[in-house]
Unconditional design. Structure first.
Length: 382
């Protein structure tokens, strides 16, 4: 299961956002630093309107009295203690913070972008400065880790006959140089690999700064609608905005955590009505989860039948046998082929039979790369 850590300076709204995600008040949301010490965890469903439509199709085609159960994809969120300047040297709960963040697959970095004299700032200055503090502490911690990794790899590379072991050492040295450049305000290129073994090793390095990050700007309820319009305008129009600003906003999102926590206490109908009054189409949490998918390079494929209609999460670029293995490890080993139809084509055809007649249902082999919204039935040897 994908695990996403919610991080940031103290009192920026991490626990408030966590409570909103879970739609219940689990984490202590308090007006003082380090209200969260041990991390809170909770599993959140990924909103996907396609499941309900698929279930209706299955019900009609199978002549069922009731809809089959819906099983959405899920993400586990972890509310991690607030970080302070000097965390890499053990300040505040630094060591705890850094150990917990190493365990997650990705990071949601909450930035305080609201003014409230009743909420203690506890080191927070403004979003840009706060972002720099956290990123600097992650980089400093990674430099300590890299020193140990380089020392160990030097010994392995010295006597290794495999060229990859020597390349690993060069990659670690390059990473160290990149981090030092980053601390000086100089951007560095992302390393790409031609050798798959090197890429696999690189992806498993225990470095905080390599984890995908989604920046969440936590704004006040009063500013929320206006900030959403600004975000939407930059994404859809891009007029008079630099390439840098458009890139940054693709990796960030505006949310009012306090509003989302209040919305979580309402019924679905009350929530929908309240959002309509504000002129907002989706809750911030729906946007957050969907955007996290995009930033993390994930997609969902779907399976549909009388027993259940389900969404499965995989990284972009996953081939059909590996996707089958997400359902059951034996399916990857026994993979024969995949019967695939896009969600749009299947709904348009209104049945599997008609989709097959029109040529929309395809047979794909081991090299097929899965697409978001593929509705699949895997054929396997068992």
């Amino acid at each position: 299961m994908l695990q996403v850590g919610i991080v940031g300076l103290p009192n920026v709204g991490k626990s408030t956002l966590f409570n909103a995600l879970l739609k219940k008040r689990v984490a202590l949301s308090a007006n003082y630093p380090f209200a969260t010490i041990e991390p809170n965890t909770g599993v959140v469903e990924v909103p996907d309107e396609r499941l309900g439509k698929l279930a209706e199709l299955v019900k009609q085609e199978e002549k069922m009295a009731l809809l089959p159960p819906l099983v959405p994809a899920v993400v586990e969120f972890v509310d991690i203690a607030g970080l302070v300047k000097g965390a890499s040297q053990g300040e505040g709960l630094g060591n705890q913070f850094l150990s917990h963040i190493r365990e997650v697959d990705a990071i949601i970095h909450v930035l305080r972008d609201f003014s409230d004299s009743d909420v203690v700032r506890a080191g927070s200055i403004d979003p840009s400065s706060d972002k720099g503090i956290v990123e600097t502490e992650l980089a400093l911690s990674d430099l300590q880790t890299l020193e140990k990794l380089i020392s160990a790899q030097e010994k392995d590379a010295k006597f290794a006959k495999d060229l990859v072991e020597k390349q690993k050492l060069q990659v670690l040295i390059q990473l160290k140089e990149n981090l030092n450049s980053h601390l000086k305000g100089v951007s560095s290129n992302i390393t790409k690999f031609s050798d798959e073994r090197l890429a696999t090793w690189y992806a498993k390095l225990p470095l905080l700064s390599l984890k995908p990050v989604l920046y969440v700007y936590n704004v006040s309820e009063g500013d929320y609608a206006e900030r959403l319009n600004i975000e939407s305008g930059i994404l859809n129009v891009g007029k008079d905005n630099s390439q840098k600003s458009k890139f940054e906003i693709r990796n960030s999102i505006v949310i009012s955590a306090k509003l989302e926590e209040e919305l979580a206490d309402l019924t679905d109908e009350e929530r929908k009505q309240y959002l309509q009054e504000m002129g907002i189409e989706k809750t911030g949490l729906e946007r957050l989860i969907q955007k996290a998918y995009a930033v993390l390079g994930l997609l969902s494929f779907l399976t549909a039948g009388p027993k259940e209609v389900r969404a499965w999460t995989i990284p972009q670029g996953t081939k059909a046998p590996q996707a089958a293995g997400v359902i059951h490890t034996d399916f990857e080993k026994g993979f024969i082929r995949a019967e695939v139809v896009t969600f749009t084509d299947l709904i348009s055809a209104a049945s599997y039979a008609k989709a097959k007649e029109s040529g929309k249902l395809r047979l794909e082999g081991k090299d097929y790369i899965m697409k978001d919204g593929d509705v699949v039935e895997f054929r396997v040897n068992t």
